[in-house]
Design a protein around this ligand. Structure first.
Ligand SMILES: [Zn+2]
Length: 261
């Protein structure tokens, strides 16, 4: 079973506008049109069984529309992650709703949500996630659309892990996009999941080898960041890594299965 723990999609009526905006701000071209239908086609081509769709609430008011959409698209092949904004006045109520609806976790993106990962405002979210047994998928490291901003610095993630050791953390982009030296210093070997999204092909071979050999093999998850990467190519990149076939199986699905199901 192949599980992609990091994809994005949008409701049909806003997909083209959202994609146009994101393509402009990131100065990159997407592989898909941002709809669920296109994602499912891509999954079929890549042999991917399940995709996690990461949503981001850029204001507290967006919770409801995102939550409602997530409920409408959830199914055997699509697991959406709702999102909570740190300025929400009802973090515990929203977290409870997410838990009761059966979602396994939430997504946070400090750049789009304008907070620093380790600031007090966000600590209510972490506390509630622990209490409800939900994991958090964090954008980590730099973001192509926000050059030089350190809101999602691996050091901040290390603070969260220290303060909430029971929090199930999924750290995107191998723990910190283009901050992999800090990942090696501060995150590898810790009880934190790292996802491979938007990493292979960018990360220096030596960094990648150091992370893959230094981190626990049951804490690495396959993610693509589709539609910004081609899922089929990303699967083949994992298969071409110089690691054991058992480790590949763990990355491509086994580890996610034990985290989500
Ligand atoms: Zn992403």
């Amino acid at each position: 079973m192949i599980i992609d723990v990091h994809t994005h999609a949008f409701p049909d009526h806003i997909a083209s506008i959202a994609m146009e905006k994101l393509e402009h701000s990131s100065n990159s071209k997407a592989y898909l049109n941002g709809t669920i239908a296109d994602l499912l086609r891509s999954m079929d081509k890549a042999g991917i069984d399940v995709s996690i769709i990461a949503c981001v609430a850029t204001s507290p008011a967006q919770f409801n529309s995102i939550f409602t959409w997530c409920k409408s698209i959830a199914g055997p092949r699509i697991i959406p992650l709702p999102s909570i904004h740190p300025d929400s006045l009802d973090i515990s109520g929203e977290m409870r709703k997410i838990k009761e609806a059966g979602f396994p976790g939430i997504k946070l993106h400090a750049e789009f949500q304008s907070f620093f990962l380790d600031e007090q405002r966000a600590y209510f979210i972490y506390q509630e996630a622990v209490e409800n047994g939900l994991f958090i998928l964090f954008h980590c490291g730099y973001d192509i659309s926000f050059p030089d901003s350190d809101r999602s610095d691996p050091e901040r993630l290390a603070h969260i892990h220290k303060d909430f050791p029971e929090l199930k953390i999924v750290a995107s982009h191998m723990g910190g996009w283009r901050q992999w030296d800090k990942v090696i210093r501060l995150l590898i070997g810790k009880d934190i999941y790292l996802d491979t999204s938007y990493t292979i092909g960018y990360i220096d071979e030596n960094f990648l080898q150091t992370i893959l050999t230094g981190h626990s093999p049951d804490r690495v998850l396959f993610g693509t960041d589709s539609p910004w990467k081609d899922q089929r190519v990303e699967v083949s990149l994992i298969n071409s890594l110089d690691i054991s076939s058992e480790f590949k199986k763990q990355i491509l699905g086994k580890n996610a299965q034990s985290l989500f199901f």
